[in-house]
Design a protein around this ligand. Structure first.
Ligand code: PHE
Length: 452
């Protein structure tokens, strides 16, 4: 990818590739379980506010940095200011932490795809199916290896064009299916409406600092921010494409799909638990436990379940590809290795790193780091610690070293930057202060100093 910059097929190509990276398990798997856990409507509200201010500004900044420097994160930060080179390196570490555990979940999705295809739909709707499944050692590991292996093969053959094409078909189908499942659940299941209300009506008494911490981590994750990916995408972007409009498109799309995923899952949780709110706090297993139950009650449920999980799998793959592509291009650049060797090294490292996340639910389920499972720990350390640090440094570099004007000029290469006032204020003042507060509270919380 590094040798042929500017390779997107025009505006739509850029948006599709960036959306292919952004829309993934973060939207469909992670967003609903966080929204369920952190108070429903209040989480949604905080998320949307952060998305249109903070997520918007940071995404603009990253894309513009990439397009201005023509480099990916490590090189870009170094070029902008040597003192901040470490931010590029930190950003590069993030995908290395995320990709392995992301692939473990990708493996779970594959299992469900095959499950629906082979008539296991009914069995998967049983309450304990998912827990029992991840408590086995061999099968989840095998699916994980297959998922990451497929990702590696695709990256090896360098197929950004393929991602664009897949995204073009997958996104609309995913939206249609999600809407259909949400409407079906809400219209046919008793108690689902309470879930809708829980999800869209903010209950301010449920607000805590943790709502903001979780929402901000989710924002980085879902929009593929603070890990150098958008910088790399920006470096491939042509000057005549509007950064502002593209950012709006990606943002609306990404947040829209996350919203719909929540609307599909949370009301169903209410319906199946008979209003027992503890079901909301399930965490990572929520989607895998809830969806098969919906499909089980639906006419032709296993066909729809199969189709849905295939779309989730494609969304996960396009995201995993962008994660791996980023790591591979860094290895190629830094170690001056050919693509093939770099791919094999990255695959081997990610395979090793993913094993604890998978075994954390089975053979190693007694092990806790800071009170967390391996998978939760990797998720926490990347989303709630390293990414906020990278985002903070990005704001400081853009706000005070480079100055917002430089980014605004870059954006204006392709027309007027309408929200430049908002952008400058957020990047200089609002974002750094918020991120710092959030970072401190999530660290203190993790070490048990405070409970938020
Ligand atoms: N944004 C992706 C998602 O929502 C995850 C991802 C993170 C992809 C970082 C690439 C880079 O699933």
């Amino acid at each position: 990818m590094t040798s042929n910059r500017g390779s997107f097929t025009g505006k739509l190509g850029f948006i599709l590739a960036a959306a292919g990276s952004a829309v993934g398990l973060g939207n469909i798997w992670r967003f609903p379980y966080l929204a369920a856990k952190y108070g429903g409507g209040i989480f949604l509200l905080v998320y949307i506010i952060l998305s249109v201010t903070f997520g918007f500004s940071l995404m603009i900044a990253e894309i513009a940095i990439g397009r201005k420097t023509g480099l990916s994160a490590i090189g870009a930060f170094k070029k902008l200011d040597k003192r901040f080179s470490f931010a590029g390196v930190l950003a590069a570490v993030v995908p290395v932490i995320i990709l392995p555990y992301y692939s473990v979940i990708g493996g779970w999705v594959m299992k469900y795809v095959v499950g629906f295809a082979t008539g296991l739909g009914g069995a998967m709707a049983e309450g304990k199916f998912f827990d029992n499944y991840i408590a086995t050692v061999g099968e989840p590991l095998a699916w994980f290896a297959l998922f990451i292996g497929i990702t590696a093969v695709i990256v090896l053959f360098g197929v950004e064009k393929g991602v664009e094409k897949v995204s073009k078909v997958m996104m609309p189908v995913l939206v249609v299916l999600t809407v259909f499942i949400a409407v079906y659940t809400i219209c046919t299941m008793d108690g689902a409406w309470d879930g809708v209300l829980y999800y869209i009506m903010p209950d301010f008494s449920k607000f805590s600092m943790m709502t903001v911490v979780a929402a901000m981590g989710q924002l980085f994750y879902s929009m593929s921010l603070a890990m150098g990916i958008m910088i790399t995408f920006g470096s491939y972007m042509k000057k005549d494409i509007s950064i502002e409009k593209s950012t709006h498109h990606i943002e609306i799309f990404d947040t829209g799909i996350a919203f719909l995923a929540g609307l599909m899952i949370i009301p169903a949780v209410f319906a199946f638990s008979g209003g027992d709110e503890s079901a909301l706090g399930q965490g990572p297993g929520l989607m895998f436990v809830t969806l098969p139950k919906i499909f089980d009650t639906m006419p032709a449920g296993s066909v729809i379940g199969f189709a849905f999980f295939v779309m989730v799998l494609l969304a996960a793959l396009t995201s995993a590809i962008s994660l791996m592509e980023t790591i591979v291009s860094i290895v190629m650049d830094k170690l001056k290795l050919p693509r093939k060797i770099s791919c094999i090294i990255v695959l081997a490292v990610c395979l090793l790193l993913g094993i604890p996340s998978s075994l954390g639910y089975s053979a190693w389920d007694g092990v806790r780091i800071l009170g967390m499972q391996f998978l939760d720990f990797f998720d926490f350390i990347s989303n709630n610690i390293i990414m906020p640090v990278v985002a903070f440094v990005t704001c400081i570099v853009v706000g005070y070293v480079l100055k917002p004007k430089a980014i605004i000029d870059e954006v204006e290469e392709s027309g007027r930057f309408k929200s430049k006032g908002l952008f400058a204020v957020v990047i200089k003042y609002v974002a750094p202060v918020c991120i710092l507060l959030i970072l401190i509270s999530s660290v203190l919380n993790a070490f048990g100093v405070i409970t938020i």
